[in-house]
Design a protein. Sequence first.
Length: 178
Amino acid sequence: MTEGRAAVRIDVLYERHGNELRRFLMSRLRNRSDIDDCIQETFFNVWRQEIRGTLREDIRGYLFTTAMNVARDICRRGRARKEALQEPLSDHIDSIRSTDDADGLVSSREGLRLVEDELANVRPSARKVFLLHHVRQMPFDEIARHLGISTRTVEREMARALTHLQTALGEKIKEILG
């Protein structure tokens, strides 16, 4: 099927099942943006199946099964993010930056709170790589082994985290991390 015809069919499916799907997800996801993301990802999956010509006959069942699986993934990502946020950076200030004076210590703690707040806005994998490297002082190859990913992926995730921090905090990030 062509992409255009598949898109029209998906529009019809959305009109027919979108509100029911939204109500279904409201009991499983708390955040409206998560519900919107879930619906979008669900219909994107249906569209891909339609393009491939592998969409099942029981479209309604497939929609709800897909939505439930996507909702579970969203919940898992949320739990992973929450777990990653359990350990405040400020608890590790000495391992990140050493300072002897009280003013420097207060400034460092405030800076780390800024970093911590901004890290909440990056993907969990980038946050984890950043924390393992800057808090636990792990080299990239060790992080890769620990997480079961390639060193190149560790480098990319670190770059994502640092790019976000640089954009959000500007030159302050260099002062904070030393």
